[in-house]
Design a protein around this ligand. Structure first.
Ligand SMILES: [Zn+2]
Length: 452
């Protein structure tokens, strides 16, 4: 067993997410193996109460540091890290001029492998320990990302990008050697990759139609059939990000009630289906999210950067569908969960065309940890693994935060009168400088990854 003494943050799963944080100013986190040998939280609580139960246990004492659950990024594009910060006139020109040319490079296994190393190291350096990521339409990109994540024992979910039309030829799925067309071959490749990687270590497969406009009806139908055959796999796509995109999707699938319901019509909405953005919804769309168990990945820095719009938190709460936070890099402007949480706060405040509200600091943090885990179906229910929290039994992924990482942050956090003030100071002023260490649960024992 291994133990850490520091300030500790975790979340009460039974509490209202707006006030669900449980904080120990002087806490103890005890890690140990579960029945399968995976490293999980064995015990957690106040130092004074717990320490007497573990006489002789070696404890790493980290005064002035905050231990918090590792962050979960619900939507990020592995092949877009190199186009972060590209200027463009909205989503569609951004795709055409910056993103598509870069994604074409991932046809090369060597390029994909090198990029996967850098991408995962950057996620860890920013405190992200679980990610649902897009790769490209090239199987090499998926293989490279899974292999690099497996090496790091990270909980990572990805899949082959399905796109058989409306993009440059070099980015579309390819026809197969035995005379199968591109659509058929993309589904065969998806199933092969799923069988190779789903459930291997901490890895998961996501059936990944890029978005309805780049997928033929036959490809969406095939993806839905795969989703029905493999209920343990995830589904990821995009929806209702931008008005031009919505009009395009509606013109291609006019028989569906809405852009979102196109996915439902092809069997692509269920538990473990994650849709990025979900901005321009009507009441029926929100009810459909709730009824099917699908979840929204909110991408505030991307939505602000591309001028896409503002997610309507109040209506989402009313409909009761699940959601969590995501960077959406390269449309998003940072891998830092602190920047994303601040973006979410700004998006929540906007009061034009929707209710403006002040999301609590605890709620913002929850959306990037325990709430995101719930949205991904990784919160420990029905015997599934749990991440995004530090309760007994949770996989031991966590970050060690330095609340004095910059002169101003040190000043501000020293004056924090309560937990919400401390968390909000970190959200507003924090970035990768705050993340002193990211620790990934090991099958054998904990090792720090990528300390700064
Ligand atoms: Zn995206």
């Amino acid at each position: 067993m291994k133990a850490y003494r520091a300030a500790l943050l975790r979340f009460d799963p039974a509490a209202d997410p707006r006030q669900a944080a449980v904080y120990e100013a002087d806490g103890l986190l005890v890690l140990g193996p579960d029945a399968s040998g995976a490293e999980v939280v064995h015990d957690v609580g106040a130092w004074a109460a717990l320490a007497p139960r573990y006489p002789g246990l070696a404890v790493e004492h980290l005064p002035g540091r905050l231990i918090a659950p590792g962050f979960i990024d619900m939507h990020v594009h592995f092949p877009q890290l190199n186009v972060i910060g590209s200027p463009a006139d909205g989503l569609l020109p951004w795709l055409e001029n910056h993103t598509f040319p870069e994604e074409q490079r991932f046809e090369s296994p060597a390029y994909s492998a090198a990029e996967a190393e850098f991408f995962l190291d950057e996620l860890l350096r920013h405190g992200v320990t679980t990610a649902l990521a897009f790769a490209t339409s090239h199987p090499a990109s998926v293989q490279a990302l899974f292999a690099a994540a497996q090496q790091r024992e990270m909980r990572l979910i990805t899949g082959l990008c399905l796109m058989d039309r409306h993009a440059p030829a070099a980015l579309l799925n390819r026809a197969g050697p035995a005379g199968t067309d591109a659509t058929e071959q993309s589904l065969i490749d998806s199933e092969n990759l799923l069988q190779q990687w789903q459930g291997v270590g901490r890895l998961g497969y996501a059936i990944t139609p890029r978005f309805a406009p780049t997928c033929s009806a036959a490809q969406l139908r095939g993806a839905g059939e795969l989703a029905a055959r493999y209920p343990q796999a995830w589904i990821q796509s995009h929806v209702a990000e931008n008005h031009d995109e919505i009009a395009w999707a509606r013109s291609l699938f006019p028989q569906s009630r809405s852009y979102l319901s196109t996915y439902d019509d092809f069997g692509l909405m269920r538990d473990r289906a994650v849709y990025a953005h979900c901005i321009h919804f009507d009441a029926e769309d929100r009810a459909l999210m709730h009824a099917t168990g699908a979840a929204a990945a909110l991408c505030p820095t991307s939505n602000l950067f591309l001028g896409s719009g503002f997610f309507d938190y109040a209506s989402a709460e009313q409909a009761g569908f699940r959601y969590g936070l995501a960077s959406d890099v390269g449309g998003g402007t940072s891998l830092s969960p602190f920047h994303t949480m601040l973006g979410a706060y700004v998006v929540g405040r906007d009061g034009r065309g929707k209710a403006g509200l002040s999301l609590t600091p605890q709620h913002l943090w929850w959306q990037h940890t325990a709430g995101a885990a719930q949205a991904l179906g990784l919160d420990g229910r029905s015997g599934r693994p749990a991440v995004g929290n530090l309760l007994p039994g949770c996989e031991a992924d966590f970050v060690l935060l330095n609340t004095q990482a910059t002169p101003l942050l040190a000043r501000r956090t020293a004056r924090a009168a309560n937990l919400d003030e401390l968390l909000f100071a970190l959200i507003v002023l924090g970035d990768d400088r705050v993340v002193e260490r990211t620790v990934i649960a090991r099958s054998a024992r904990a090792r720090p990854v990528g300390p700064r």
